[in-house]
Every structure is written in C-alpha cells, then in structure tokens.
Ligand binder design. Structure first.
Ligand code: ITT
Length: 203
C-alpha cells in the first residue's frame, strides 16, 4: 500500500526509503505532498515521533511513518538529545553544533574516549488515519571523535564512532551505517528500530 514518510530531513528521508525499499511499500514524502511541519512539543523522542506521524496521517489520510531521533552525550547529561536538530539552528549548521559539543566536552575534561561516550536514539512511529499507532525505539552506542571525519550521512554522523568500528558514520556508506549483510540492519539506531517495526507491521 501507500505510505507517507513524515520527515522534512533529506538525509533521514533517504535512509527511511532505503529501509522500506525491500518491503515493496510505495512511499511518498511529506515534502512531496506539501504537508507542513507540526511543532515538536513532546518531551521524549517517542512523543515527538507520534506528533509527526499523527499529523501526517490526519493531513494525508494515509498511513504515515515518522522518525524522531538525536544524539545523547553522557558527559553532557544527555544533551543535545531531543534538541539535536535545534542545536544546529535555523541554518542547520551541524559543524557548529558539533563544535559546541566539543567545547563543552573540553570544559568538562572529557578528553579520553571513555569520557566521550554517546548514543543515537531513533523512535519510529507509524500512525494510521483511524488513530492506530505502532511505536518502537532503538539506540546505537559509540564515542565522539574530534575533529569530525567523513562527508557521508548527515547531522552528527562525522563525529560519531560506533562501538567496535574504526570509521565514523560519516565515513560509512548508508549500507554500512544500516549494518552490512549477512547480519544487515544491525548497526544504526534507525536500522535497529526499523527491524523492530518491520516485525510488528511489515510481516
Ligand atoms: P524531521 O523532524 O522533519 O524528521 P529533523 O531533522 O527535525 O527532521 P529530528 O527532530 O528528529 O529531525 O532531529 C533529529 C536530529 O538528530 C537530526 O537533525 C540530526 O541532526 C540528528 N540525527 C538523528 N539521526 C541521525 C543520524 O542517523 N546521523 C546523524 N545525525 C542524526
């Protein structure tokens, strides 16, 4: 059937399309349908994913798939967390956001990898026009590197080194970031959440 991908973030949209592709779902983006962006007033990733999915399902009268995600830095008491997009400002300057995190880590003396742990979270929500919801969440653990490395991906990818790997998300192809075959879909927060969602509603 048809599904709306309720995001206005091009990097996320590309990943969500790739994750859906093997399932034969015809997906249109919120941008392609001219849907607006609801205000993300929730206090959790899960709540904000639901706000976006419900708004898109109501507006389009199609099932809608939303992701709310972010980077949680332990030494910064969980910041930027649900404010990860907002830390990049109107200009979506993620280099500035990564620099701000680095400055704060330096101020706290977080110079060794053990003090620079962080994780990404992805909360995924599918909302149907009748009000039904499915919600899942997953994380990817790693450490923050400085300077950022690589030009692939989006957002904070160049600063994030996933545990057990030598390249940052910014140095990986999207296939590697999802998690390479044969295990596949085992690495990024979004891919791991998608596996849970697929078990529930893609069969
Ligand atoms: P939509 O709400 O339209 O989906 P957004 O960018 O505003 O787009 P969020 O509110 O969920 O989305 O913000 C999440 C931010 O966290 C996002 O802008 C990225 O900077 C960062 N982020 C999330 N997943 C990421 C990933 O896989 N790699 C790098 N950064 C990521």
């Amino acid at each position: 059937g048809r599904l709306v991908i309720a995001t206005h973030n091009p990097g996320k949209l590309a990943e969500m399309r790739e994750l859906l592709a093997p399932h034969g779902v015809e997906a249109v983006s919120a941008g392609e349908l001219g849907l607006g962006e609801p205000e993300e007033t929730g206090q959790t990733f899960r709540a904000n994913a639901a706000i976006k999915a419900i708004a898109a399902a109501q507006a389009s009268q199609l099932p809608a798939f939303a992701d709310d995600s972010g980077l949680v830095v332990d030494a910064l008491d969980g910041a930027p967390g649900i404010y990860s997009a907002r830390w990049a400002g109107e200009g979506k300057d993620f280099m500035a956001a990564m620099s701000r995190i680095e400055r704060l880590l330096q101020e706290r003396g977080a110079t060794t990898p053990d003090k620079r742990s962080a994780h990404f979270v992805s909360a995924l929500c599918v909302a149907w026009p009748d009000g039904h919801l499915e919600e899942v969440e997953a994380r990817a653990d790693g450490t923050l590197v400085w300077p950022p490395r690589g030009t692939a991906g989006f957002g904070y990818d160049p600063a994030f080194l996933p545990d057990g790997h030598v390249r940052t998300f910014g140095e990986m192809t999207s296939i590697e970031k999802h998690g390479l075959p044969p295990l596949g879909l085992g690495l990024s927060h979004r891919a791991r959440a998608f596996v849970k969602l697929a078990e529930i509603c893609l069969g």
